[in-house]
Design a protein around this ligand. Structure first.
Ligand SMILES: NC(=O)c1ccc[n+]([C@@H]2O[C@H](COP(=O)([O-])OP(=O)(O)OC[C@H]3O[C@@H](n4cnc5c(N)ncnc54)[C@H](OP(=O)(O)O)[C@@H]3O)[C@@H](O)[C@H]2O)c1
Length: 366
């Protein structure tokens, strides 16, 4: 969290909840929200069987840094919308599996909650934005088509490997991207916990991840509107964190590697003062072995920058590698940044800047 973070809100922090808090993405939410400048983690919600139990006891903590001290006292709850409302919680971060999200997220939206979701369930609804603040901040306005500010809404972030690719391609869009050939090397944390059986992934790579290639094609177009042909291969590799990707691009116009390098260097986030967003979304290095999966928590804020390297031109195609942290930028950190952009844009409009105020029924909201 940067010292210079914009503070558009009142001094009181905003109570938020995390759904699916014990899962691997849920853990990144718990970690990031335990010390967030604008949010207080007021409720951690898990499956019914864990309700009433200590979060730390019920969670197989998987992240490289320890469970933050404030989170050691959290008790897992089941989803009780009335109780959330009574505690002034209107913003909910969802780390639910898609199947559960399919029914739970629309119900929460119907009840007036603001959902920032990692699940794929509602991503393709016309008025549900797939939002990456550095890339398509204008997509946030779609929440009005869902009925905001009189009703709740769902904002999603992209599938994790699509997020890294969209960030790297956003500043190159001006060159007229015609084709995208991408191969991913995706870590096992991308499959959740417990994820794959060790027998399947130890000492192995698997050239198929169900639904992943289709998601990249559809989501990249919804986010960037490139009109490009996209050819993905998605592969699971035996590393814990970080999705590496190798990319070849062809363009409408002649493009040199210096143009690409320059576009990444000049690419700045329009909202760098939001607590979770970096000023430079893409970090490029000419170092021949950069980037690598083990660097996925590098950067500032940690895990929120996309690393690129190995830039070269062959015939008319430009190739490069990229690394995205699937759990941070590609999941929880991305959703938190989306909520920050929402507050920055609409915080006063929806009364959230008043902090700690009880949330009443839908009709009571401005
Ligand atoms: N992992 C990634 O890199 C990544 C990246 C981007 C997006 N996503 C998406 O993020 C979501 C979460 O992924 P994940 O990797 O964290 O999965 P995960 O490790 O399997 O965690 C899912 C969590 O949801 C809880 N849960 C399931 N049904 C529930 C319900 N009805 N009510 C409350 N909690 C419920 C589970 O609780 P129990 O443990 O008690 O069953 C579990 O803790 C998925 O939609 C995934 O596609 C993941």
């Amino acid at each position: 969290m940067s010292e210079n973070s914009l503070n558009y809100l009142s001094k009181e922090k905003i109570n938020v909840a995390v759904l699916g808090a014990a899962g691997v993405v849920g853990q990144v939410f718990v970690q990031a929200l335990s010390h967030h400048a604008w949010f207080t983690l007021a409720a951690v919600i898990g499956s019914d069987s864990k309700a009433g139990k200590l979060y730390s006891a019920e969670t197989q903590w998987l992240l490289p840094s320890p469970l933050p001290e404030p989170a050691t006292k959290l008790i897992l709850e089941n989803l009780d919308m009335d109780s959330l409302k009574k505690r002034g919680i209107r913003i909910i971060f969802s780390a639910l599996p898609a199947e559960a999200a399919k029914t739970i997220e629309p119900t929460l939206r119907e009840k007036g909650f603001y959902i920032f979701s990692n699940a794929g369930a509602l991503r393709y609804e016309k008025d549900v934005p797939i939002l990456i603040p550095e890339v398509n901040p204008e997509a946030l306005a779609n929440i009005k088509n869902q009925g905001f500010p009189n009703k709740g809404f769902v904002v999603t972030n992209a599938n994790c490997s699509t997020t890294g690719l969209a960030v790297a391609l956003a500043p190159l869009k001006k060159f007229g991207i015609k084709e995208v050939f991408v191969s991913t090397y995706q870590s096992i944390s991308g499959a959740g916990y417990p994820g794959l059986a060790s027998f399947d992934i130890m000492n192995n790579t698997i050239p198929y991840i169900q639904g992943e290639e289709e998601k990249m094609i559809v989501e990249l177009e919804k986010i960037l509107e490139l009109g490009a042909a996209v050819y993905p291969h998605c592969v699971r590799v035996p590393v814990l964190f970080g999705h590496l990707e190798t990319v070849w691009l062809s363009f409408e116009k002649p493009v040199e590697t210096d143009d690409i390098r320059g576009a990444w260097q000049k690419f700045e986030c329009a909202h760098p003062g939001l607590p979770s967003l970096p000023l430079h979304p893409v970090v490029y290095s000419d170092e021949s072995r950069f980037p690598q999966s083990k660097m996925s928590f590098w950067g500032s804020p940690s895990g929120m920058q996309v690393f690129t390297g190995r830039l070269r031109k062959e015939k008319e195609r430009v190739g490069f590698s990229l690394l995205v942290n699937n759990l941070v930028k590609g999941a929880a950190g991305g959703a938190i940044a989306n909520a920050e952009l929402f507050l920055h844009t609409y915080g006063y409009e929806c009364g959230l800047n008043t902090g700690g105020q009880e949330v009443n029924d839908e009709k009571d909201r401005g």
